[in-house]
Unconditional design. Structure first.
Length: 255
């Protein structure tokens, strides 16, 4: 087990040239939890933030860190299961936390197996959904902005039943496709529920109206291509950044 403070402080130690005043510099840090692709934090990195991504799916050993190479964007990757981290209160405030919890046991993509899974492991749903709630509770205490997402499935009902809260809103990727480098590739549907803090997606205005030309990415992408199905749309990632920075209209590159 490792404390989240130890991970964060190591990142900041590297980022600030062995500067010990973590309280001063931590506000420029963003954290992506279960965000292997880094898509959701990329707009922040493009605009001067350092990012820490925590995911168990990296191709290096568990409980180890990979730092960016000299001159590369400041993205630090820590390979770990979130249950192996002690999520204590941090020493100061973090700008943004994204929680993109694995949807294997929660989203509608696996609905056909829910009954069998629950029969074989009655505590599965409580463990998986409870982990999301724990991370959301932690993030809302620690960060200025929080984005927690999950495709349509059984998490909203579980949250309501277990002293969580209903999603704040839901979005579709094609709504924000115009912000992507390749808009046509993101004109698909994938109803995604969002629990958020500090922003509202309705603040992203004046986007060209685009219609979906592809089907539902939640259920119509093969399970063998799970990474493609779960990849955060670039347009949505930029829209979240824009909503958190209402003065900007970030479209990629330098602001």
């Amino acid at each position: 087990m490792i404390n989240i403070n130890s991970i964060i402080n190591w990142v900041l130690f590297q980022e600030n040239g062995h500067h010990n005043n973590f309280h001063q510099c931590q506000s420029d840090l963003v954290i992506g939890i279960c965000s292997k692709s880094g898509r959701i934090v990329q707009p922040w990195v493009d605009n001067g933030y350092a990012a820490l991504i925590i995911d168990k799916g990296f191709d290096f050993p568990l409980n180890s860190m990979v730092s960016p190479k000299p001159g590369a964007p400041p993205i630090y990757k820590y390979c770990a299961n979130v249950e192996d981290i002690i999520w204590d209160s941090t020493m100061s405030h973090i700008s943004f936390v994204s929680i993109e919890a694995p949807c294997t046991h929660l989203s509608a993509a696996g609905a056909r197996w829910w009954k069998e899974k629950d029969k074989n492991d009655p505590g599965l749903l409580d463990r998986e959904a409870g982990r999301v709630k724990m991370l959301l509770d932690w993030a809302e205490k620690e960060a200025t902005y929080v984005y927690c997402e999950q495709p349509r499935g059984r998490l909203p009902a579980w949250m309501k039943k277990n002293k969580g809260r209903r999603p704040d809103e839901w979005v579709q990727p094609y709504w924000y496709a115009s912000l992507a480098d390749d808009p046509e590739s993101e004109r698909y549907t994938k109803r995604t529920y969002i629990w958020r803090k500090g922003f509202h997606m309705s603040w992203v205005k004046d986007l060209p109206i685009m219609t979906p030309i592809m089907g539902d990415r939640t259920t119509k992408v093969s399970g063998r291509d799970k990474d493609a199905r779960s990849l955060t749309p670039q347009g949505l990632s930029r829209a979240v950044y824009n909503a958190c920075h209402m003065h900007s209209n970030y479209l990629g590159g330098e602001e």
